[in-house]
Design a protein around this ligand. Structure first.
Ligand code: AMP
Length: 351
């Protein structure tokens, strides 16, 4: 999606991905190698600028490239986002409210953290978690043995369980000249830890919307960031608690391709190549539905007005995000009617 947004800007791409036949490799040259493969990294050193759209690339690989060419976002931002404890402390230091949290490294510190935070709470690995992986919810004392299975998988963080009203995200971008633009808050629905639906506008109170924009701006400035960054929030009784940030274009921002005046992908490329940022307003209501583990009948989807089909060209496997559909409409009621029609095509058995 970055390359597709970059071709009209006259950009050329070279991708590094360990998986042969990756979606990016279908539209631009791809080196198939590990992210820390020295020869593969040397091959990228001749690029004018290097970026990443996956936060688990090794920070040493980003550092190595930064010694030879420009790397945006800065590797230091990558490092912060790779450790949930460092990330939450960073957010808290910038006065961005988060769920209460405690570090955990063994059974004793887990018991102590549970005493402090109370039940229910969520135990997470500090590193390499995504889409709800490496997490476990503790509701009762009897859940402790299960949680202990995570202890030993590396350092952990225990968080209070937030009975949130909704999940929201803000996608924002900072240019090399320090200018910042943010998209409207996006409402997100997850199931089983995986994003299913994103919707804009989120109809959040203007003061809350402004608070989110101010928070992400503080974070971008603190990290001396260049590119797109996304903060995910829980909304509880009109208050926002930041769960995490992603130093990259984000799944919840996929709808900006059709819904915003400038997509997150184009704005990321504008930022990292030193171009002015484009407008981030979303003139009409829109929703994005992830295609997880299955691709629906394309013609049937496109028969619904306002639909845009994105097939990533991935091999279909259970639980895997293989594409998405964006639906735009003139009114919220029209959007919901169209989403219902498309959803029925995605889950025919639940009709
Ligand atoms: P994460 O990997 O932190 O993005 O978590 C994946 C999903 O788990 C989130 O989008 C939430 O739906 C849920 N979740 C994570 N942390 C918490 C929490 N502290 N309280 C309640 N739900 C959570």
């Amino acid at each position: 999606m970055l390359a597709l947004a970059g071709y009209p800007l006259g950009l050329k791409f070279q991708f590094l991905d360990p998986a042969a036949g990756s979606p990016a490799g279908q539209i631009a040259p791809q080196t198939v190698a590990d992210y820390d493969d020295p020869a593969a990294l040397a091959g990228l050193e001749t690029c004018d600028v290097v970026t990443f759209e996956f936060e688990n690339v090794p920070d040493q690989a980003a550092d190595r490239l930064a010694a030879a060419t420009r790397v945006y976002p800065p590797p230091a931002a990558l490092r912060v986002s790779q450790d949930r404890l460092v990330e939450k402390r960073c957010l808290a230091s910038l006065n961005i409210a988060t769920p209460r949290f405690e570090p955990v490294h063994d059974e004793a510190s887990l018991r102590q953290a549970i005493d402090r935070l109370g039940l229910p709470c969520v135990l997470k690995t500090r590193r390499f978690g995504y889409d709800g992986k490496g997490q476990c919810v503790l509701s009762h004392g009897s859940d402790l043995p299960g949680a202990l299975a995570l202890v030993g998988q590396g350092p952990l963080i225990l968080e209070e369980f937030v009975a949130f009203d909704r999940e929201l995200s803000i996608v924002a971008v900072r240019a090399q000249d320090g200018s910042v633009a943010s998209y409207p808050l996006i409402e997100n629905r997850h199931e089983g830890g995986i994003l299913r639906r994103s919707t804009v506008p989120s109809d959040t109170q203007p003061a809350v919307e402004q608070e989110a924009a101010a928070s992400v701006q503080r974070l971008l400035e603190h990290l001396n960031y260049v590119g797109v960054l996304t903060v995910e929030f829980f909304e509880v009784a009109g208050r926002l608690l930041a769960n995490e940030f992603a130093p990259r274009v984000h799944n919840s921002g996929h709808l900006t391709i059709e819904a915003a005046r400038t997509s997150q992908f184009e704005n990321h490329l504008r930022a990292i190549t030193g171009l002015p940022l484009g407008a981030t307003d979303c003139p009409a209501p829109a929703a994005m539905l992830n295609l997880i583990g299955t691709l629906p009948d394309k013609a049937a989807v496109l028969r619904v007005a306002g639909t845009h089909y994105h097939d990533y060209g991935k091999e279909v496997r259970p639980g895997r995000k293989v594409g998405h559909i964006t639906i735009t409409a003139n009114t919220r009621a029209e959007l919901e009617a169209r989403v219902a029609e498309v959803s029925a095509l995605l889950h025919p058995s639940s009709r």
